[in-house]
Every structure is written in C-alpha cells, then in structure tokens.
Design a protein around this ligand. Structure first.
Ligand SMILES: *Cc1c(COP(=O)(O)O)cnc(C)c1O
Length: 221
C-alpha cells in the first residue's frame, strides 16, 4: 500500500523551500498513480534507482517530469536512459562517466551529473574517493556531461554523531572540488545528501538537495 499524505508533502516542501533545498521525490517501487498525485500537487522532480523501472515510468508519465537516476548504474545500461534522464547522481567511476558522455553525445544532449562519494562506513555503498574524483575531473572528456555537484549516503545507524561526521565530510569534499575545478562555474552547486531518516541533519551539514522516499510515499514493502 502507498499511503501518500498530501498535507505532509506540502509541509515538507515548504520547510525545504524556505531553506532553498531541492526535493527529489524518490518514487522507486511506487505505482504511477501516486507519482501523478504528487505531480498534480506541483512536484516535478523524481528519483529512481533502477534503469528498467525508470525507463518504463518515463514512457508512461508526463514528459515534463525531471528524472534523476540515483542508484548504481551499470555502463551497459546507460543507453536506456541517456535519451531522457535529466541528471545522473550516481557517477562512481571514470568508465561510467565516459559512457554517459558517449551516450549523451549520440542523443545530442547534455546530461547533468553528480559525483557520488563513499562517505559511509559500510563497504557495500558505491562511491568515489577524493583522489579518484580529482583524476576523473582532470582527465575525462566532458563535452556532453555537466558535473553539477556531489552526492553521498551516510551509514545506516542511529548514532547521530557518525551521520553528522559523514555529512560534514561530504560538504568539505564539495568545497575542495569547487575550489579546485569549479570556482567560476555556478552550475557546480549541488550537495545531494539526506534521505527520509536523516535529511534534517543533512541540511544542517550543508545539503541543498535531499532524496526523500518513505517520508512522502510511505514505507516500501
Ligand atoms: C531509496 C533511496 C532514497 C530514499 O530513501 P528513503 O529512506 O525512503 O527516503 C534516497 N537515496 C537513494 C540513493 C535511494 O536509493
């Protein structure tokens, strides 16, 4: 069941608007009907973490929805979303960025990207180190990609101090990259961090883009 509460959406949206934080509504596993309900209430930015589901939803739903890919992306699947995806938040290797650039060029498009950093303690989470990111930014061809910021996920824990430390780490990574590579580029501006359980902490630590699923759509089953 998807129990979407529109009043809660508007409350959260207002809170985020006041802080100038962008909201990515994470609609993975949710049916078109609940996505449309948020859409009709003004939400135009949605995030998905699976290529097939993202491509299917794109085909069926209104074409002015901006779709963000937020999950791990295999290189051989970039072609299925390159024609329409607004932003890929999960760039976690040089080879992936190269493939995105290639497919974007085939489609005569620019694709916005965020560099995903590994900030959590868990091994399982994908992401770059600062060192690898610097290499990517120094050596990659980027004719058809626009790198607009960073993304990361904190450790899944109740310990607030750990989460805070990880978010502050991503904020400082953002600042270092900004200084070194994008000082004059106003498009490099996003720090995408914070999910349903930790978005308020993330905002306190510098986030200006949150990715919210369950707090908007109810729990996933
Ligand atoms: C599912 C997901 C979210 C949203 O998670 P919630 O806890 O439901 O808000 C955010 N970011 C990524 C990368 C996700 O896969």
């Amino acid at each position: 069941m998807s129990e979407i509460k529109i009043e809660d959406y508007h409350k959260i949206k207002k809170f985020l608007d006041e802080k100038q934080v962008s909201l990515v509504a994470v609609s993975k596993t949710k049916p078109d009907s609940v996505i449309l309900k948020l859409y009709e209430n003004g939400q135009k930015l949605f995030g998905e973490n699976r290529v097939q589901e993202l491509a299917d939803k794109y085909k069926r739903l209104p074409k002015d929805i901006e779709w963000h890919m937020i999950g791990h992306l295999q290189r051989n699947k970039v072609k299925y979303i390159a024609g329409f995806v607004d932003m890929i938040q999960s760039v976690d290797s040089k080879k992936l960025l190269k493939e995105i650039n290639k497919e974007a060029r085939k489609n005569k498009r620019m694709i916005k990207c965020l560099l995903q950093f590994h900030i959590a303690r868990e091994d399982s989470k994908y992401g770059l180190s600062l060192e690898v990111a610097r290499d990517i930014l120094t050596t990659s061809e980027m004719s058809n990609v626009s790198i607009q910021g960073v993304m990361g996920m904190a450790t899944f824990t109740d310990e607030q101090s750990i989460i805070e430390k990880e978010f502050k780490n991503l904020d400082s990574i953002y600042k270092e990259i900004k200084m070194q590579f994008y000082k004059e580029d106003e498009n490099f501006k996003y720090i995408s961090m914070g999910m349903s359980g930790d978005y308020k902490t993330a905002i306190q630590c510098g986030s200006n883009m949150v990715r919210l699923g369950s707090v908007l759509f109810g729990a996933r089953h």
